[in-house]
Ligand binder design. Structure first.
Ligand code: BDP
Length: 673
């Protein structure tokens, strides 16, 4: 088993298939029918696939109200005198999601006789962001080349495009941004619009819309204009015409994603205009077609290096209320950059008049690439379930799903970990992160444990030992990465360029906030970035109650201590040990967790097919070696700064600091191009 089937394993034997009847006809309903036919176990009661409007359904009096276009019901009903299992939504897409939900329920142990489901997505736009380049490489992608073969599109319809759409539909993803946020203008030229249109046609019946990352300077580069100033009528007219052209080819085109004035990308600030000016100009271009703009808040300017973590808030908070109705501001889960642990971004809850989309990174740029086993469900859920302090019990999820302010346009974006590797995501367990993103985008209140169980049962089968063991491995795996790369809220400690291994000593990069030393601020006495009131005062970007808690080290959760405070190495921690002792212990806990996963995986050797078992075992061995590398290199460096001995009984780093500093991996995967 090469992992190609993801969590969608066909269980129907060739004979004895369940009876599936379809009421109504559309490409999407036909897919719902065929998905059930291919996977329903023999012996399932007769199934009827329909929409609420089909003959005979309304008379059943089922609770379709509130399900919207995408929600579904699965119920045992009597239809024309027959007892059947009805799978139905108000619209075709709801029915398709219902079909997948039924298969998921059966695949995780529910019985067809008693199954009853009713669900609607809480978030409207559930979108993958592909950081895929037109040359086939993927920025920070660790699962091979891009799935999109731009060269042979639009002629060649690779069957993988359909399989991709099917997998996404099965977890409720309804949008995909095809190209990198570091965008090239070529993607907006006629040939590339035709290529995107082909993908849109393949994805459409699966309920997936296509979006494009737009390069803000395109009116200059493609249109021959002298400026891309959003206030210039010629610029606005160029984007209107470009949008009209796209919509002629892709009538249901979703809209644009924009990275502006960030890491060298052009944007409205180049002309003294604001992010709102830029976003609204593009929004006006797509509005007549029902399109939207996802405008990223990921900005940090060279001119203000005092605290990078404060910049997005400083720039965007004053713009609250100034964005057009069809704009979402897309905010990373944390204020810096997808680190193994970040406190939730202070913008969540701080821009009540603006729909904020949350952006997670599914690809593990800072969590060991494709090789390390790190289940991100806990990372996603930790942010979504964090309390903003703005209103009683308000969570980040409430802001994202619109319930906090009544926003109807809502969204969640995930930077995809999908590539051409046979197993799509570089490893079997990475598939779980794609899966978890989709499920949480559908319902941000789901638990990461529940999602892990669902995924494991569908991926490896319902054998209780397999499910228990794999989910136990997954449960603490992200925390293990936190531990062996740097606990207590340390962040941005990675080497330069490839972001793979450790580089806490790096201090010589051109901009201050590119250097790990900028973030950890270790000195002989202590470590951590002071963001309290005596420091950068980033804490006051949070709601007053949260800010009060974070302002002092004594009341800051230990897991975020060094993110918010510079404290002494010999500070007493909750467990009575010093910070230094505890930090060392966490490195060992992280390394030990990986060894534990190896032992757990060994017990499944006879229960999992050889190919998936072996690859995972090999990757765990790589992870074990590299966790040790992170630990040893980090400890060697911290000791060179604090001149403290290791606590008794702790193993010394294998090599000296110079050795770790000398390691370089210029050809590590996932580069920027
Ligand atoms: C950083 C990545 C960089 C991306 C950037 C972004 O290292 O490759 O372009 O995020 O989100 O984490 O735009």
């Amino acid at each position: 088993d090469d992992g190609y089937s993801l969590w969608l394993r066909t269980s129907a034997p060739a004979t004895g298939q369940a009876a599936v009847t379809r009421l109504g006809d559309s490409a999407t309903l036909r897919l719902a029918e065929s998905e059930l036919r291919r996977a329903l176990p023999a012996g399932t009661p007769p199934v009827v696939v329909a929409t609420a409007a089909a003959p005979g359904i309304a008379a059943l009096g089922l609770p379709f109200v509130g399900l919207g276009d995408e929600g579904y019901l699965v119920r045992r009903v009597t239809l024309a005198g027959r007892s059947v299992l009805l799978v139905a939504g108000n619209g075709d897409r709801g029915t398709l999601y219902g079909a997948f939900a039924l298969l998921r329920a059966l695949g995780t142990g529910d019985r067809a006789e008693t199954v009853a489901l009713r669900s609607a997505p809480k978030v409207k736009l559930r979108v993958l962001n592909h950081w895929d380049n037109l040359d086939g490489t993927v920025e920070r992608g660790y699962a091979g080349q891009s799935l999109w073969d731009w060269w042979t599109l639009p002629d060649f319809d690779d069957p993988r495009y359909t399989d991709y759409a099917r997998a996404n539909a099965s977890i409720g993803i309804n949008g995909t941004v095809l190209n990198n946020v570091n965008a090239k203008t070529d993607s907006l030229t006629a040939p590339y619009i035709a290529k995107a249109a082909k993908l849109a046609a393949v994805f459409r019946p699966w309920g997936i819309k296509v979006y494009l990352s737009a390069r803000f300077s395109a009116p200059i580069e493609l249109g021959g204009l002298k400026t891309a100033d959003p206030r210039d009528p010629a610029v606005a007219a160029w984007w209107r015409a470009k949008s009209d052209e796209i919509y002629r080819a892709i009538p249901d085109f979703g809209g644009f994603l924009v990275k502006a004035n960030s890491e060298g990308q052009p944007g409205p600030r180049d002309y003294g205009a604001s992010h709102a000016d830029g976003a609204n100009m593009l929004a006006a271009a797509v509005a007549p077609h029902g399109g939207i703009v996802m405008w990223r808040a990921f900005v940090y300017a060279e001119t203000d290096p005092t605290d990078r973590a404060k910049q997005a808030y400083s720039e965007f908070k004053p713009l609250d209320g100034r964005f057009a109705d069809n704009v979402l501001v897309q905010v990373k889960n944390g204020a810096i950059d997808f680190q193994p642990r970040e406190p939730f971004h202070p913008l969540f809850g701080a821009m009540p008049k603006t729909p904020l989309m949350i952006e997670f990174q599914i690809t593990k740029e800072y969590l060991g690439f494709a090789t390390h086993l790190a289940y991100l469900g806990p990372l996603f859920a930790e942010t979504l379930h964090a309390k903003t302090g703005r209103r009683r019990d308000e969570t980040v999820a409430d802001v994202v799903d619109g319930s906090a302010e009544g926003h109807k346009l809502t969204g969640m974006a995930g930077v995809a970990n999908i590539g051409r590797d046979r197993d799509w995501s570089g490893s079997t367990f990475n598939q779980a992160n794609w899966y978890a993103f989709g499920r949480l985008a559908w319902d941000p209140d789901l638990t990461s444990e529940g999602i892990a169980r669902e995924w494991a049962a569908q991926t490896f089968g319902t054998d209780p030992q397999v499910v228990a063991t794999t989910t136990a491995m997954m449960a603490g795996s992200r925390e293990a990465v936190v531990d062996y790369t740097g606990a207590f809220g340390l962040a941005h400690l990675m080497a330069t360029g490839h972001h793979y291994g450790p580089g806490p000593w790096v201090a010589d990069l051109a901009r201050p906030e590119w250097n790990p030393t900028y973030y950890h601020r270790a000195d002989p006495d202590g470590i951590g970035f002071e963001r309290g009131r005596g420091g950068s005062d980033a804490v006051d970007q949070y709601a007053p109650s949260v800010a009060r808690q974070l302002a002092r080290p004594e009341t800051t959760p230990e897991r975020e201590l060094l993110w918010f405070h510079h404290v002494r190495w010999d500070r007493r921690m909750a467990d009575g040990k010093t910070l230094w002792e505890d930090l060392v212990a966490h490195y060992d806990t992280g390394v030990g967790y990986v060894a534990g996963m190896q032992r757990q995986w060994d017990t499944l050797r006879d229960k999992i097919d050889a190919e998936r078992w072996q690859k995972t075992a090999t990757y765990l061995a790589i992870q074990q070696r590299e966790a040790r590398w992170w630990r040893d290199a980090s400890l060697a460096y911290w000791m060179s700064v604090n001149h403290r001995p290791l606590p008794a009984g702790v193993a010394a780093p294998e090599h000296d600091l110079a050795w770790y500093k000398a390691q370089s991996y210029p050809h590590a995967p996932g580069h920027t191009s």
